[in-house]
Design a protein around this ligand. Structure first.
Ligand code: DQA
Length: 141
């Protein structure tokens, strides 16, 4: 079986508790159960970190494993808008990365309108709530 790795960046460990009017009431763990039921033929791995370097290390560790990896679904959280280092990591690896956002970042504050990672990702999915992750998985199948 091939693997899709979901990486969540800073503050996304608080899904379900954090600003539920924006990010919903479901925890990532609950949502992962649904994803794994929906895609039984894919290994859906999950990694979350609040630390930029840990996200980069994870991208490096899976990013050259084209044999086993279907791709990475990355919600880099606020690092989306600030991290040249994560953009460089994505550009450095052959495995496809899909950028995901739960909220429609373009309907929010202007600081969220710029993504430093979009240009090095396969595509961008934003604004569909937790379903953004499922749509990103679909794009990698
Ligand atoms: C987010 C949007 C970002 O602007 C924000 O910093 C997040 C979550 C989203 O999923 O909508 O942490 O990536």
């Amino acid at each position: 079986m091939k693997t899709i790795l979901i990486i969540n960046g800073p503050n996304l460990n608080l899904l379900g508790k954090r600003q539920p009017h924006i990010y919903g009431k479901e925890s990532m763990e609950q949502y992962l159960d649904i994803l794994r039921e929906t895609y039984p033929d894919v290994i859906i791995d999950y990694f979350q970190s609040n630390h930029e370097g840990d996200i980069i290390d994870k991208l490096h560790s899976v990013g050259f494993d084209e044999e086993d990896m279907l791709g990475v679904v990355l919600n880099a959280g606020a690092y989306t808008h600030t991290s040249v280092a994560i953009a460089d990591a994505i550009a450095s690896i052959p495995v496809n990365v899909v950028e995901v956002h739960i909220s429609n970042v373009w309907a929010r504050e202007s600081v969220r309108h710029t993504s430093l990672i979009s240009s090095v990702c396969k595509g961008v999915i934003a604004g569909f709530g937790m379903d953004s992750y499922r749509l990103a998985i679909e794009s990698l199948l």
